[in-house]
Every structure is written in C-alpha cells, then in structure tokens.
Design a protein around this ligand. Structure first.
Ligand code: AMP
Ligand code: MG
Length: 513
C-alpha cells in the first residue's frame, strides 16, 4: 500500500512537472530534425546549488515566456541545466572554424547546450542555449563550464548592444552554479542562457565542407535559408543568394560596430553568426580613445582583430563561407568560383553603403556630397592623433549645432591639442550651413545615433569585480539599467558617460574560457 501511494505521488509529480515545463518552455525545434551527425544529443550537466543572478524579464516576455515562472525554483533549475523541459531536445552543435587564421576542423559546442527553439511574439524562431552547462563530446580539454565574470560580461555587453539597436544574441538569464571552477585561480561558476536567431556560424558550414560532406553543406544551407533568408528561395540560385544575403547582413553588422567603436576581439569564423548577429562576447570591448589600431584582447598579439581591421576580417571570413558553399553554388567549379568571387568582392561596397551614411548622420548631415568622406576622415584622423574619446566626441558634437547650448570648449577639451578640433570645426560648420536645418532637430537626430552610454570597460570591470569579490550585484544592476537607454540623457547617471580616469583605464580584456 505504502509503495502504491508513493508511486501514485511520483506519477502525479511527473505529470505536474511535465505540464509546468510545457507551459514554461513551449519548445518547437527544427535543428534537432537535421541529420544526426550535425550535433551530439546530450543533456546539460546538473550543478550543485543553482541561484538566479539575473533574469531578463523584458526578453522573457518578448519570447512569450512567463518571467515569474522562470524565476521560480523550477524555472531556475531549467536555466541551470538541472531540469530539462519535456519539449527540449538538448544537443551540442558541431562546427569548425578558422581561429586567428588557422584551420581547426572540429570545434563545436564544448560548453554549451542548445535546449530548443521558441517562436517569439513576432513569429521569429529563436534558439535557447545554455552556456557553461558542462562537458560535451566537443569539449576537448575544457571543463565545459563558465565563470561568473565572463557570464556577467556577456550579459552586460550583449544587452547593451541590443539597446543600441545592433543585431546581437541576447541574454535571458545568468544563474550561479554554487560550484567553483578551476582557472588560473578558482572562480565561482555560472550558466548564461543565450538567445539567438540561430547558432549557425560560418564555421558550421566549414565543418561539413572540411569533411567533403557536400550533402551536409546543402542541408545546412537549406535550413539557413528557411530560417533566415526565405527570400533566397525565389532566386534562380538560392545558395548564391544565401551567400549574398549573409554578406549583406555582415556588412551592415560590422558597419554598426564601427559606428559605435565596438571591437569584437575574436572574429574567428566560428564566432560569426550566419544570421548577422553579434555573437560570442569574449574579450570584446568598446574603445575609449579613438585609434584604428586599438586592440584589447589579451590573446590578439598581432592585432589581427584590431578595430580598423574588422571590415576586412569580415570579408575574409565570408570568403571562407563562400568557399564552403562552392560545390552547392554551381556544378562547374570554375563557374562557382567566379560567381562566389563576384559576391565576395561586393563586400566593400555593401559595407560602405551602411558605414558612409552612418558616419554622415553622426556628423549631423543628411545628404552625401563631395568632400564629405574627407571631412569625416579628417575628424577621425585628429581624434586618433589627439587621443579623443570616440563616444563623447560624437555625442558632444551634437550639442555644438546649437551655439546657445554649448560652445566649442565642450569638445575641444577631449583633444590633446584643443586647436586641432577648432580647425576641423570650421569646415564642418560650413558644410552644416550648406544643408540648413533647425538646430534642435539636427541635435535630436545626432543624439539618436551618437550614444551617451556604452559599456565602458572600467564600468564593466567594476560591476564584475563587485559581484565576484563581494557578492554585490548593485553595480551590475545599475550598469544594466543605464545601458538600457544609451541615447537618452540620464543626468543622474552622468558619471557613466565619462571616460575612465587614467587609473581606471582597462588596457586588456580576457576571454576567460
Ligand atoms: P570561444 O573562444 O568561446 O569561441 O570557444 C572556442 C572553442 O572552445 C569552442 O569550441 C568552445 O566550445 C570551446 N570552449 C571554450 N571554453 C570551453 C570550456 N570551458 N570547456 C570546453 N570547451 C570550451
Ligand atoms: Mg566561440
């Protein structure tokens, strides 16, 4: 009798759990339907003592999820990888990649598990992935875990990117595991729930191409088209159209990075999303002082991924994508190469199409005229020569269009040689005069593209340090709040707009893997 009661109780519990899970995460999966050699099926590895660091309630709602449920003990168990919802089909994706230019035939999700896909409120299919969720067949020597520091870093910066309006993977939650992980020193562990339009990378295509698995390449391409580029189906060469569409999105993405001073840091082909979202927040950083050679990543010794190299690296990576797609582009190899080459060569024009007008708007201009490119380049040149803060220079430039608001001192102070800005501003004002607009309107327009608040490295470090060293989440929470409205003036948060003092400057960032 006692046994029966227990059995009944556990059956009820199971029923209850399943219903709860279905309502909590109504997964609707497509990647899990692809051939089995595309991934390894396995659940996340449970952790000892999960506790919620932060839940992104706004994003949860966007995904059609109930934030309260997610923050409940059952929700936290899912976000920690201790409990797998019934509709989840957990798997680690296979991929390859060129890392710092060197071919690595197999990388894959070594510390991440794709739980499943959700259709969001707008009808867009989104991956839900746990990062830091334990070892997988792709872990090689790694422990499959992530530390609290890098998890918070990704949370802060990815959400800041989203608020800036730049395509990016998102952060749904950060959960502490209650476990220590071994790095150079022992660190507290965490799991990040990452949301992406997909986790298909350039390196995913390269994985199959590298194995001469042409069918794999085709199946993946079909999947990517269905998911991200349905219009490519209409083309008489859908695979070539897929390549073109991926190039277009990447050109826009990198232009957007350049326009806010974002340096990705590890633009390996395995860290480039086919959907054109910023992905893999490792040693990334926003520049303080403008200089095209700026590098923060501790592992980028030769500056391969320096700020100024990002467009050409993107093109190089896309050439890798083109190469992987070749057999699917045309049966005749020469013809395929010809078509793909032409596509790849369109990158600089496509990039300029986004970057040029973007820079224009940052300067307060609407139309493109002869000499504008030089005008913008001259400003960047004197900024580089005078260690001017990238973000503040542009933000404050907007305040100069109305002379009753500020005089030039507001900007010249950002330059080592204040006169350098004054000389440049003469030409700029002439040019503004040739395109008359009400100053207030122009200022408003400039503010909408020149953010006041970016995740400055010293603020990010400060937030992480407080969380890790003192379990104080206040600076992390506040930073997230400030960065949620990057284009607004936030008088009470003015210090967050300031560049670091000399003693606060962060010169190096780490991927912390
Ligand atoms: P990333 O530098 O994050 O782009 O990662 C490059 C590769 O290393 C990917 O295949 C990751 O899955 C893998 N990797 C990074 N960190 C770990 C870790 N702690 N354990 C296992 N694999 C990892
Ligand atoms: Mg990666």
């Amino acid at each position: 009798m006692v046994g029966d009661a227990k059995l009944l109780q556990s059956a009820r519990r199971l029923m209850h759990d399943r219903m709860t899970d279905d309502a909590m995460f109504p997964f609707n999966n497509s990647y899990a339907r692809l051939p089995e050699h595309f991934f390894a099926r396995l659940p996340p590895t449970p952790v000892s003592e999960p506790s919620l660091i932060r839940l992104n309630a706004t994003l949860a709602l966007e995904l059609g999820l109930d934030p309260e449920r997610l923050a409940s003990p059952e929700g936290i168990e899912v976000l920690a990888g201790n409990r797998v919802p019934r509709s989840a089909e957990p798997l680690a994706m296979a991929y390859a990649g060129f890392q710092f230019g060197s071919w690595v035939p197999q990388l894959g999700d070594g510390r991440a598990i794709l739980l499943g896909e959700l259709i969001d409120r707008e009808g867009v299919r989104r991956d839900v992935q746990l990062k830091g969720s334990g070892r997988t067949p792709f872990s090689r020597g790694g422990d499959g875990r992530a530390a609290v520091g890098p998890v918070l870093r990704e949370y802060i910066i990815s959400e800041a990117m989203a608020a800036l309006g730049i395509p990016t993977t998102r952060s749904l939650a950060a959960v502490a595991t209650g476990e220590r992980i071994r790095r150079e020193i022992d660190l507290p562990g965490a799991v990040l729930t990452r949301v992406a339009q997909s986790h298909i990378r350039v390196g995913t295509f390269q994985f199959f191409a590298g194995r001469r698995d042409e069918t794999g390449v085709r199946v993946l391409a079909e999947h990517a088209i269905a998911r991200h580029f349905p219009e490519a189906r209409e083309s008489n060469n859908p695979i070539l159209a897929l390549l073109g569409a991926a190039i277009e999105r990447q050109a826009e993405l990198v232009a957007r990075w350049q326009l806010v001073g974002f340096i990705h840091g590890v633009m390996n082909t395995d860290n480039m999303s086919i959907a054109g979202e910023t992905i893999d927040y490792g040693p990334c950083a926003f520049m303080d002082n403008y200089h095209p050679d700026t590098v923060y990543s501790s592992i980028d010794h030769r500056g391969r991924y320096a700020y100024g190299n990002q467009p050409s690296i993107a093109q190089w990576n896309l050439a890798g994508l083109a190469n992987a797609l070749l057999p699917a582009i045309a049966d005749d190899r020469n013809r395929a190469v010809e078509l793909a080459t032409e596509m790849i060569q369109s990158f600089p024009t496509r990039f300029a199409h986004y970057y040029g007008p973007g820079l224009h708007r940052k300067l307060g201009l609407m139309e493109a005229r002869d000499g504008d490119v030089e005008l913008a380049q001259d400003l960047l040149k004197i900024m580089a020569e005078n260690a001017a803060d990238f973000t503040l220079t542009f933000r404050r430039l907007g305040d100069l269009v109305d002379s009753s608001v500020r005089n030039d001192d507001w900007v010249t102070g950002l330059f080592d040689d204040p006169a350098a800005f004054g000389r440049w501003a003469v030409g700029w004002r002439n040019r503004l005069g040739s395109e008359p607009r009400p100053p207030a309107e122009r200022q408003r327009d400039m503010r909408s593209v020149n953010p006041a608040f970016i995740p400055r490295n010293h603020r990010v470090e400060e937030a992480i340090e407080a969380a890790v060293e003192r379990s104080d989440l206040e600076p992390f929470e506040r930073l997230i709040e400030v960065l949620a409205s990057p284009y607004e003036d936030q008088p009470s948060h003015e210090p967050y707009a300031e560049p670091p003092r000399p003693d606060q400057i962060v010169r190096e960032t780490f991927c912390g893997t």
